[in-house]
Each structure stands twice: as structure tokens, then as C-alpha cells.
Design a protein around this ligand. Sequence first.
Ligand code: ADP
Length: 560
Amino acid sequence: MAENKKTTKKVAQPKVEPKKEVESKAPKAAPAPKAAPAAKKAPTPKVAPAPKAAPAPKTEVKKEEVKLEVKKEEVKVENPAPKKNEPMKVLFVAGEANPFIKTGGLADVAGALPKALVDKGIDARVMIPLYLGIPQEFKNNMQYIGNCFVQLSWRSQYCGVFKYVYQGVTYYFIDNEFYFKRHGIYGHYDDGERFAFFSKAILESLKIIDFTPDIIHANDWHTALVPVFLDCFYRGEEHCKNAKTVYTIHNIEFQGQYGDGLIEDILGFNYDQSLLVRYAGCVNYMKGGIESASRVTTVSPSYANEILDPYYGYGMQDILNARKFKLSGIINGIDEEKNNPATDKSLFKNYDINTIENKKFNKIGLQQLLGLPVNEDVPMIGMVGRLTHQKGIDLVTAVMDRILDLDVQVVILGTGDWKYENILKDMQNRYPGKLRAIINFSSDMASKIYAASDMFLMPSKFEPCGLSQMIAMRYASVPIVRLTGGLKDTVMAYNHETGEGEGFTFLTYNASDMLYAIERAVGLYRDYKEDWNKVVHNGMKKDFSWKTIANQYIDLYKSI
Ligand code: ADP
């Protein structure tokens, strides 16, 4: 537990961070093996697939002509004509994608990066499962493409493929009601089987969607098996024999660890193949992705470096150190159309960098909505994110009394660990005029908080990239962050001397250091308005667009 050492200061001290040792942490133990469930009958497709074209009638040919034909064919295979003017084809596969289904930052990336690639002339398409939770308005307009069957060891499972074009990007949806017609997208007893199915269905469905990707870009543990299955079972297939693979780690804490009973019963691997996924006495999907992918990336350069260390590596550091030659970090961008205070429909009043005075109406509106005392001058600190140990919520709850002593209002939106949800609800009852904890997932409320707050607190224990701090800056809410991973790469501490920087930072995972950063921010807000406005402007002007970042992915794809 972090200690409370520093006292409250009213004057801003935006200075350099002290360097301290980061606490060490043992790698996580693997969870107990899960039993494989029995397969169920596959759902029937809604529309019958199109009949196959009839084969061309055979004609009689002379012997010499046949010889010529064969020669031609050989030349074609060995020296394929260069595909001039054909765009590079990228298949982006993920467990979630905006605007269809979202639990976190992965959905934001899957919804924005492919679009940025398409805008740059890449033929990028996305594939996700057809979850029950995808809004019906999308489902109503999906086009049925066809179906196939996916072999998972002794199982043969139905796989329907639907298509939907959204903002110029083609999305494919893998349909299997046994696996995906459920409430909630992760956290089921058979997730190991569900996402093994999805990963194999991706490769199998390529046979029916008429898309031969040059690059298959897999993400997190949900699709980590795609490069593994590709190498083990699909390299001989015409539609993916030349595909290169990129595997991106968005969060190394979740690796897809299961008992090794899955190897034969679900994955259908022989002994040699199983070595790709065996790790620390169990099956580890992420390890398989790292081993098999042509390139491994993570979502910020700092995090790419951090995960080589046991504190951040969650047991994966040795594998990553051995595969360091193919590891790199590319920071995420944010969808600047979606996250735009000038057009966001959830706001009480829209604003941009030239009409920033209108931001205060959002604070007043939120105070009224949440029953907080209405006062446009009181500093409001916002938090939006998962209520888990990763996000540093334990630091916040440890010094909440001291934070609220600064005469600020704190508004927190999130869901996550039951423990933190309850602590926050309890604290809210103790501080009805100062603290609101909204235990919910609501994009509308998230926008309202980004727009209403003056400061955005994100004291993460680790943060692969983090999108919330970037969204906050765009909405003129000054980030207060711990210098780790993507937070370190996107938020520069405000420097009083030079006028550079757009936030407040602290280094050690320690509640007192976080409190001190909050005190400095509140001090600047209250006593140095001109400097405060400068910090706000610096943040709003920062370029977090996918337009720029997509180029780095294109360079990476081309380099393979
Ligand atoms: P994560 O580790 O969860 O991926 P990020 O900061 O990368 O964290 O992305 C979180 C995204 O999810 C942001 O767009 C944030 O606004 C959104 N988000 C997180 N929690 C909630 C919530 N309870 N309601 C609405 N949006 C949320």
C-alpha cells in the first residue's frame, strides 16, 4: 500500500520528476486447466450459398498444344507477374471493433487503424466474431457471404460469414451461435475454445470471401493463434500461402492461458506443433503468436521496451527478449472524427480550440446532471476507464480524502473489479457534494466527463498505450499521469520555464507522488491561469491522428 507523506500545497510547482526505482513484480502464475466443452450442433445458415460455377467443357486438343499449355502454366507459377497498381491487402483480425462492439482500447484501434489504412490506398479489411451484443441496426444490414466448416480437432463447427461496409472499410463477421450468441464477449468458461475457433475460422473463411491478404494483422490473445494455425495448417492453401503476419500486443497481462488438454482436444496439434504454444506448463496463445508472427508489435515504443523486463512482462519477458529482433512499438492514434469536442453530440455545448470558453457549460451541465454543487470555478478531476489494478485505482482510493481536501470535484466512470466498484460507491456516499462514481459503461457519459473535467487522472501501474489521456487532451482536460508505457510517450510534463508540455506527471507507483502531481495541477489551475491555458492549448494542438501513425504500420508491412 502506498504511503501518504507529502502535505497539501496551494502553489503550483511544475518541475522535473524525481527518478526512483520501480518496484519489482513476480510473473503471474498460470491458471488451472479448463475442461473442453462438448461441441454442439452448428446453426444453419440463413441464406443458401451461391451455387458453384459449372466447370468449362473439355475440348479435344493435340498433343503439342498440351505441351505448350503446361509450359505456360509452369512459367506462371515460378515467375508471377508483378502486381502493379494492386493495393496491398491487409486483413485486421480482432476480438472487438468499434462501432460494433467494444470493451476497451482494442476496439478503438480496430475501428480506426483500418480506416486510416484505406484512406492511404491500402485494401484493409477487418474480421470479428458476430456477437449477440452487436446492435441489431448493423445486423439488419449485413450481407451473408457464405459458410464453411472449421475443424477443431474432432469437431467440425459451422462458420457463417457476413459482411458490412462501414465508412469505406469492409468488416467481416464470423457467425457461430454456439460460440458467440451469448451475453458478454469475454469471460466465458470456454473462451479458449471460442477464440481458437474464431482464429481458425478466419483462415478457413478466406476461401469464401475472395480476399487474399498480403498481411494478416492479429491482435492480443484472442487472435494470437492465427499466425500459429497459418503455419501449422494453411501454408499450402492458395488463399494464404504467401501471407505475412503481424501480431500486436495491446495488453500483455491477458495471454490466453489454458490447460494443455486443449492441445489435442481443440487445437489439434501434433507434438512438434504444440511446442509453439506450450509455455510454463500450460498452453499460452500469446506465446504462440509471438513465436509464429513475422513481426511483433506493441502499442507504444516505451511499452515495447518495458515488457522485456519481468515487472511488466507478466512472464513473457524471456520469450520477448529472445525474439527482440522482430519486436517494435507503434503508438496508437485516436479517431479524431469520433473524439471531437466540436461535433460530439453528447456534449452540453460544443467547442474547439478557438471557442474554449464554451467548455465551462459542460462542467455546469454535468454538475447539474449528477447533482453536484454547480460552480464553474471548482476544479473538476475526471477518470474514465476500467476499475482494475492496472489503472491505478488503488492509488486513487488510498488518498481520495486528501484529493477531496483540495476542494475539487471528482467524477469517475468505470466498471471492473467488484472491490473497487464498492469502495468508490461507499466513498461517494461519504462525499456527496464532491465525488461521483458512475459504475457503468457509457460512451455518452465518457464524452460528458472528458468535456466537463479540467484535469484527467490516469495513474496507471502499467499502460501499453492508453487512449483516454489523448482523448482528454483533445477535450481540453489536462492529463495527470504516471510515466509509464504510452502515457510516457504521449504526455510531456508542463515546463514552467519553456511553456512546453501538456500535463502533470509522476514516476513511482506511489499514492503520495500522485497526490503531489494533482496538487501541482490544481495549484496551476487556481493561481496561474495564463500558464494553465497554455497547458490546455498545448494538449489540444497535439497530433494524435491515425493519419500520421498509419504510415508507420504501412512501413512495417512493407518491410516484411
Ligand atoms: P484500455 O486499457 O481499457 O484499453 P484505453 O485508455 O486504451 O484503456 O482505452 C479505453 C477506451 O475505452 C477509451 O476510449 C475510454 O474512453 C473507453 N472507456 C473505458 N471505460 C469506459 C466506460 N466505463 N464507459 C465508456 N467508455 C469507457
